[in-house]
Design a protein around this ligand. Sequence first.
Ligand code: I3S
Length: 126
Amino acid sequence: TGGTSLSITLVVLNGEYLNKAKISEGGKKLRKNWTSTWVVLDTDKLLFYKDSKQEALTNLKPGCSPDGMDLCGAVAEWTMEKSSRKNVLQITTSSGSEFLLQADNYHTISKWHDAIKRTADYLSKG
Ligand code: I3S
């Protein structure tokens, strides 16, 4: 009856290999170590696996939870300062950890940037 309904569709992305480096944890700087990682975007978190086989195995084992990050309170933005690589996306968690995600293909990483940013912005609005 005259109400406005708003709906947002959160995007879930299936696994894809991206280069990942964790550069700080809890505000403390870490030594950068880029590794190729199988990344999955779930509705409210980003999950990291070694490869697709590890994703399947983790899902099969009860009590086995993947390495990942909660996107609630996280900030996702492009960075040109944190790496000499091109197409680098920085994600800062609410607990002060910083991750970099990168792919040489701009189309690939920009799809992840848009989806992660959308999820983080939506969850952070409370
Ligand atoms: O930001 P940094 O510390 O210059 O990142 C580089 C280092 O992690 C380097 O390893 P060493 O710590 O062994 O020097 C990596 O090989 C480089 O790839 C890192 O820089 P880029 O610009 O690729 O993110």
